[in-house]
Design a protein around this ligand. Structure first.
Ligand code: ARG
Length: 462
């Protein structure tokens, strides 16, 4: 029996497909992970066909019985996947026919693999998105948990990676909470467009059977149907926008990782990451390397690559389905797998962070982080901001020459730079004073960050 006989299209072909071609075109090695979604889609299709009078009740019950067995075989690892049967769809259909006979052959009525595969990928992605949104929440929960203890922990806030102004460690962590919140929103938004049913589009033009697409959509939990059959079978924009959203999540995690790497460097010494997330060196006995955050940073490149792969896959395709689309799966699966693994390990790792508040505070004191506070103080005493800026710049230069912080200067010394300075300045020049003064929504004052944490907890509980 040739491959064409097995697949059921032998009539049209004068010679068997070359083995080389078979191997080149088959997708079963990677698309078998769609199997359970494929079965779900087929069961809904069969139920819809039956309720429309296209299949008999007996056919439906045979199909259900066969699919139940196939599902068991797949879950137990006993299912035999054959490369000659090209892909997940034909493997399952052939097995069904072997198990239940004619009902198996009738399943494909009013359907094509084109609308079938588009349905499977959407079901798979919807499921993946739901799991990813839970994982984002776990990471957010870890960030909020750590932040709760550090609303009064001062650290330098940086611009240009130079000490800029004091912030609290909690405030810094909560910046990532916000990024992840937008990331989850983006996934929810993508999900709305993923959650439309292509089935019924058949090969490209629809089908002549009296089907009820809305019914199938309802059975599969879709919000509605794709409203143009050509579009339904051919576009993979939903996979592309998912991957774009994934690339942004990875970008955020990569930034966080970069900071963890810096912070655990002894020159910073702001944190330690639990040993279980670090590795040693095979040659340098003293080393403790931040492999996990480095890999997060590195894997971000893969996801960016997957996004470009999918965009490139789509851009030259004429309507409607082309075999190019078979290439959507590996980048998509890899994106889901990489993102899943990364979110999971980041959540764990944040739970393994030890904070070193003294090191953070001393970095603030070495960087003249309260210079802006001194300038703002002078403005409040009536100096124009630009003049205040200049006076403080001179004061910083003076302190630098003496190798001390602004807060270490005596009142007389400070008054050389502006007569407006009085002894109420010392409350302003401490990192804690600086923090407390930024007391508006979005600011770093402990009171504000506590409120942000309370809002975050409410969001996470909702
Ligand atoms: N394995 C194919 C894919 O992933 C299924 C659809 C095949 N359709 C076709 N007309 N060859 O896209």
């Amino acid at each position: 029996m040739t491959m064409q006989d097995k697949l059921g299209w032998s009539g049209r072909f004068g010679e068997p497909v070359a083995e080389l071609v078979q191997r080149y075109t088959a997708s079963v090695d990677f698309d078998q992970r769609l199997a359970l979604f494929d079965i779900r889609g087929s069961l809904a299709h069969a139920q819809m066909l039956t309720s429309c009078g296209i299949l008999s009740a007996q056919d439906l019950s045979d199909i259900r019985r066969g699919m139940a067995q196939i599902e068991n075989e797949i879950l137990s690892g006993d299912f035999v996947w054959l490369i000659e049967l090209e892909d997940v769809h034909l493997n399952i259909e052939k097995r069904l026919t072997a198990l239940v006979g004619d009902a198996g052959k009738r399943l494909h009525t009013g359907r094509s693999r084109n609308d079938q595969v588009a349905t499977d990928v959407r079901l798979y992605l919807r499921h993946a998105i739901d799991e990813l949104r839970d994982l984002i929440k776990s990471l957010q929960t870890a960030l909020v948990g750590l932040a709760t203890h550090h609303t009064h922990t001062v650290m330098p806030g940086f611009t240009h990676l130079q000490v800029a102004q004091p912030v609290s460690f909690a405030h810094h962590l909560m910046a990532y909470f916000e990024m992840l919140k937008r990331d989850a929103e983006r996934l929810a938004d993508v999900r709305r467009r993923v959650n439309r049913l292509p089935l019924g589009a058949a090969a490209l033009a629809g089908t002549s059977y009296p089907i009820n697409r809305e019914h199938a959509a309802e059975l599969l939990g879709f919000d509605g149907v794709c409203e143009n059959s050509l579009d339904a079978v051919s576009d993979r924009d939903f996979a592309i926008e998912f991957t774009a959203a994934a690339a942004l999540i990875m970008t955020h995690l990569s930034r966080l990782s970069e900071e963890l790497i810096l912070w655990m460097n002894p020159r910073f010494g702001f944190i330690a990451i639990a040993d279980r997330f670090c590795t040693g060196s095979s040659i340098m006995p003293q080393k403790k390397n931040p492999d996990v955050p480095e890999l997060v940073r590195g894997k971000t490149g893969r996801i960016n690559g997957n996004l470009v792969a999918l965009l490139t896959l789509m851009k030259g395709q004429p309507l409607a389905y082309n075999k190019d689309n078979q290439e959507d799966k590996e980048p998509l699966f890899d994106t889901v797998d990489t993102l899943t693994g990364t979110l999971r390990i980041c959540a764990e790792m944040m739970g393994g962070v030890t904070v070193k508040p003294e090191a953070m505070r001393s970095a603030v004191l070495q960087g003249y982080a309260t210079a802006t506070d001194l300038a703002d103080y002078l403005v409040k005493k009536g100096l124009p901001f630009r003049d205040a800026h200049e006076a403080v710049a001179l004061a910083v230069r003076y302190a630098e020459q003496r190798g001390c912080d602004l807060s270490d200067l005596a009142l007389d010394e400070l008054r050389q730079f502006s007569a407006g300075i009085a002894d109420d300045i010392f409350g302003v020049l401490t990192p804690e004073g600086s923090l407390a003064s930024r007391n508006h929504i979005g600011g770093t004052a402990p009171q504000q960050v506590e409120a942000a944490i309370a809002r975050a907890r409410k969001y996470l509980a909702g």
